[in-house]
Design a protein around this ligand. Structure first.
Ligand code: ISL
Length: 528
């Protein structure tokens, strides 16, 4: 069995985890101090979002030097200590790799625009005209004029994130050399940012073409094949159940697993690729979507299971009820996901049920939100209306500082923080969660432990029960004569339903189940 199959990943967003040097922003020494905390949750792998040199236009997803640590976060010595401490605690480190694009401050790009003859010109994508009407993820078109270059360059994300030209072989070799440099240092895993786009054909408006597979196979040979056990997860907005096995089937030698977006975008307008569009989610559709991926990848790939990350609003705010049923809804949602097959990802603060935040327009920091505010202002759209969209889906919901205790700034820092702390830190914080044996935190720890203890959670198949029920989320897992059955009330009202009641209750967020009724957000797992 691959070493990560029964493990859980814990995602750290360094800017918001723990500030050790009182500048209002998190850093590597801050993370080092919290490794025992992370370890205590039982997880096996820490995923760090980018900590490389960066002007921070997109909080590190705009890298200006792949070989340097951003001084904001610390030094290379701090990084090496972090890695050593992670290994000392028996944990593994997953680095975030952003190689679809760089920062416009990367030396390659600076040379590319300064000198048409430079070999780096072809590391990026230039055009004499606006070649396509395609729009970028963060608003506006994908072609931006550079006066220095005298041409337009292509960017799928902010205009400060020019896309790399993966058709250039030298670029590819430079990237592989850099990846090997990190792997030689002892990094155990990579999360590959928007990796489906490396096979783009910008002039044909194709973002994820066949070439993505060619390059991933080449990368695999260059960086992973000769090493024991590097774990890789590709983030792909274009992943479907049909194309995902092509990335993850072992014999194809590409990646281990993929983050798809079908659950994360379940409350988005189906006919629109605008993430801000909204359509209330439908439980039957949500269940069917999970079923499709659980059944589709069983013995045919591997799921990356997540509700939350640094780009998504907090799950308890989206699907739960943080006001009336904070504990019940957070634990129900966690139980559903962690009972499935795949590798679960916990995003910092999810383990204590951190929630969304409502800020004033000037308090937002995310480039995507700032672009939206500017665009809507220009179009004359009412600010209140724009803020409603941001409250629901804005990425800063996930990026507020980690809530450690009831001290000023939630114990994250001693000074004003780069992004506001959620005022609910007085109730929702790690110290309170640890002090209360029946908190969300202990529920997560139990789920993480269960995966290590029960092969059925790792290996079992998946069968959705009562598929068309509008309020009940129920499923069964089977493996070698054992069965796990899960029943969950997805809403905040009582639900009369016949419960299976066979076997032993192994997880129950109301502890003692009643007969044939599920209370608001009640979750029960039986084993027999
Ligand atoms: O969150 C999204 C838009 O709101 C997603 O579409 C997101 O842009 C997509 O998931 C890609 O995300 C990754 O690459 C981006 C970076 O901003 C995100 O933080 C990262 O997770 C560009 O590097």
């Amino acid at each position: 069995m691959k070493w990560w199959k029964n493990q859980t990943v814990y995602q750290v967003y360094p800017l918001s985890y723990n500030d050790s040097n009182d500048d209002g922003r998190g850093d590597l020494q801050g993370i080092i101090a919290k490794i025992p905390y992370i370890k205590s949750l039982g997880v096996g792998i820490i995923w760090l979002t980018p900590i490389y040199q960066s002007p921070m236009d997109d909080n590190g997803y705009d890298i200006s030097d792949y070989y340097q640590i951003n001084p904001l976060f610390g030094t290379m010595a701090d990084f090496e200590l972090l890695l050593a401490e992670i290994h000392k605690h028996g944990l593994k480190l997953m680095m975030d790799l952003v190689v679809n694009h760089t920062s416009d401050e990367h030396a390659w790009f600076k040379e590319a625009i300064a000198n048409k003859k430079s070999k780096y010109r072809d590391y990026y994508l230039f055009s004499d005209e606006i070649a396509t009407a395609e729009t970028s993820f963060f608003g506006g078109g994908v072609w931006e004029y550079s006066t220095a270059a005298g041409q337009y360059y292509y960017h799928l994300f902010s205009k400060r994130q020019p896309d790399l030209n993966w058709d250039n072989e030298h670029l590819r070799q430079d990237v592989y050399a850099m990846m090997n440099w990190w792997l030689d240092k002892g990094v155990d895993a990579f999360r590959l940012d928007v990796i489906d786009f490396i096979g783009k054909e910008p002039f044909k408006q194709i973002r994820s073409g066949e070439k993505t597979h060619t390059y991933l196979q080449e990368m695999h040979q260059a960086c992973f094949a000769f090493r024991d056990a590097v774990m890789t997860v590709g983030e792909m907005t274009t992943a479907t159940i049909e194309n995902t096995p092509l990335y993850t089937k072992r014999e194809r030698k590409e990646l281990d697993m993929v983050f798809h977006f079908e659950i994360a975008s379940i409350n988005q307008d189906k006919n629109s690729d605008d993430k801000w569009s909204y359509r209330p989610f439908n439980l039957v559709e949500l269940k069917r979507c999970f079923e499709k991926w659980q059944v589709g990848l069983h013995n045919n790939g591997w799921n990356a299971l997540y509700w939350c990350n640094h780009d998504q609003p907090r799950v308890v705010s989206t699907f739960g009820d943080p006001v009336n049923y904070h504990y019940q809804s957070a634990t129900m949602l966690a139980g559903l996901l962690h009972g499935m097959q795949g590798t679960p990802y916990i995003y910092q603060g999810e383990e204590i049920g951190m929630t969304n935040i409502r800020l004033e327009a000037h308090e937002y920091r995310d480039v995507e939100i700032l672009n939206l505010l500017a665009e809507h202002k220009q179009k004359g759209i009412d600010l209140e209306q724009t803020l409603e969209l941001i409250y629901r889906k804005g990425r800063d919901n996930a990026r507020t500082p980690m809530q450690w205790n009831t001290d000023a700034y939630a114990g994250f820092s001693k000074v004003p923080t780069w992004l506001a702390v959620n005022p609910n830190y007085q109730e929702i914080n790690v110290a309170a969660a640890i002090a209360n044996k029946t908190s969300i935190w202990y529920w997560y720890a139990e789920l993480v432990a269960l995966r290590k203890k029960e092969p059925i959670i790792v290996e079992g198949d998946f069968q959705l029960l009562e598929a068309n029920h509008p309020q009940l989320f129920a499923y069964q897992r089977q493996y070698q004569g054992e069965t796990i059955t899960v029943y969950a009330n997805f809403l905040g009202t009582d639900l009369e339903v016949e419960l299976p009641c066979t076997g032993e209750v192994i997880m129950a967020n109301y502890r003692v189940p009643l007969d044939n009724i599920l209370r608001p957000f009640e979750f029960i797992m039986w084993k027999n």
